[in-house]
Design a protein around this ligand. Structure first.
Ligand code: 4AD
Ligand code: MG
Length: 461
């Protein structure tokens, strides 16, 4: 019996083969006089293979009735194709029907809108564009690990259920087993002691605090996992569930952090250009005509580095009309970030040393006592792709920041301990994996680079 070959392997054949077995889904079928052509795809690569079915193949009359979406198995001969644009085709000896697809198959050959395809997220990976982005997503996940492995970072699995709010923004989803119709109360407040963990629990917004403790034991580390935020922002760049990569470097400062961030983004872009060529071509052709020049620009140039104060000056002097006013002390809005990356510098920009009042408690206070050693990496079309900082490693300063922001010191006792016992300068960042996928594909809506998007009021599939 012949073993099944994946399309991606079959298409790389060096020579014709007498017997091959391939299984997949019919993209199209076209009947001719004495035979039928089937375009078959199994999801392993973008290209289809053409199957020629002669009319003397068993059950020919049934086979020609099969339509787009049906699953079949094909045994036959791999022969050189006379047609244009393909090296190989299969002359079928036998076709087995694995699963028919009736006429109401929602992915007909015509071009569908992304909005429509989102309503059939369970079937959209059968289309060219979506199979391409999800193959790229898979490959780039491996590339993330490869990047850190080459630099001797250890991979730490940080928890998804947590008792602390890393960003302090209160955008946490609660995790509870309490009966919501009959919540136990004590002195008028929810009695979390009776809940599953005996205290308030949430889905994590970031693995950073956990990974920091490992950084101060194992040195350079990273975590890569899903994170959850209940911020009610319905933009094309935010989701309630997204994947984040968070490296943390020991004995490192903000400059090391910016360097690693730039190298990481460049590595992943270069990897896409070298290892995802077929899928990338589709995006460059049909999604974003400037994609290749954007990617080349990222790989070939150092990112611009600019302090927050200088960025604000530059924006104020730009004579641009912004919807949100630019003011030292306010966070940069997406329109400001886009002006810097798309209009002014026309390349990625690292903004550092932000005002302390608009950033998280764990960022290291600079000597001016007004700013923190934070850095955001901004890229054209997307804005912030990386957010990071040098961490406050001084016990007393960190403790004051925690209490000063109104947090309960007791909730962070273990985090504070790492500063009490052998503290060292360290720094890290978080890269939003979906935003990176938007960057390398030119896809403009974040919902289209994750298999099953979760956003406010959307939890289908
Ligand atoms: O800037 P953020 O909030 O930083 C942190 O969470 C830090 N704890 C990271 C660290 O220093 N270890 O988020 C980091 C990145 C952002 O730059 C963005 O790319 C992405 O995560 N991100 C989101 N992506 C999709 N949907 C959302 N709602 C996102 N929020 C942040
Ligand atoms: Mg941020």
């Amino acid at each position: 019996m012949t073993a099944r070959t994946k399309l991606i392997e079959l298409l790389k054949s060096e020579a014709a083969q007498e017997s091959v077995l391939i299984k997949g889904w019919i993209r199209t079928q076209r009947e001719s006089k004495d035979f039928s052509f089937i375009e078959l795809n199994d999801g392993s690569c973008l290209a289809n293979i053409q199957i020629i079915v002669d009319n003397d193949v068993d059950d020919y009359q049934e086979i020609v009735k099969l339509t787009t979406g049906a699953a079949i198995s094909v045994t036959g001969e791999l022969v050189e194709s006379l047609g244009k644009g393909q090296k190989w085709e299969v002359r079928a000896r036998a076709i087995g029907v694995l699963g028919v697809a009736p006429d109401d198959f929602p992915l007909q050959k015509k071009r569908h809108t992304d909005e429509y395809l989102r309503t059939i997220a369970h079937l959209r990976p059968r289309s060219n564009k979506y199979s391409a982005i999800f193959r790229m997503r898979s490959k780039l996940s491996f590339a993330v690990h490869q990047f850190f492995k080459e630099r001797n970072f250890q991979w730490i699995h940080t928890p998804i259920i947590t008792g602390s709010d890393c960003e302090g923004a209160g955008e946490m989803f609660s995790v509870t087993t309490m009966d919501l119709n009959n919540i136990p109360k004590k002195n008028g407040a929810v009695d979390y002691e009776q809940d599953f963990f005996g205290k308030e629990a949430s889905l994590t917004v970031s693995g950073q605090l956990s990974v920091e403790t490992f950084c101060l034991s194992l040195g350079d580390v990273y975590t890569f996992g899903p994170t959850f935020r209940s911020e009610n922002s319905n933009t094309s760049r935010h989701m309630s569930e997204f994947w984040m990569i968070e490296p943390e470097m020991a004995f490192a400062d903000i400059h090391d952090d910016m360097k690693l961030g730039q190298e990481f983004v460049q590595y992943l872009v270069k990897y896409t250009m070298e290892e995802c060529t077929e899928d990338l071509e589709l995006f460059a052709k049909f999604v974003d005509k400037n994609l290749m020049s954007t990617l080349e620009n990222i790989v070939n140039n150092d990112f611009i580095r600019l302090s927050y104060t200088d960025a604000v000056d530059l924006l104020l002097k730009s004579n641009q009309k912004f919807e949100f006013p630019v003011k030292w002390g306010s966070d940069l809005q997406s329109e400001h970030e886009r002006f810097l990356t798309e209009k002014h510098f026309k390349q990625p920009v690292i903004v550092y040393d932000y005002p302390k009042d608009i950033k998280a408690f764990y960022m290291r206070i600079n000597d001016d006592e007004k700013t923190v050693a934070a850095m955001d990496i901004l890229v054209p079309a997307i804005g912030e792709i990386i957010g990071g900082s040098q961490r406050e490693e001084r016990y007393d300063v960190l403790r004051q920041r925690i209490t000063g922001m109104g947090f309960d010191e007791a909730d962070y006792w273990w985090y504070l301990d790492t500063r009490k016992y052998g503290t060292v300068p360290h720094a890290g960042f978080g890269l939003g994996f979906e935003r990176l996928l938007m960057l390398v594909s030119g896809i403009s809506n974040i919902r289209d680079v994750i298999p099953f998007p979760r956003t406010p009021k959307h939890l289908e599939f």
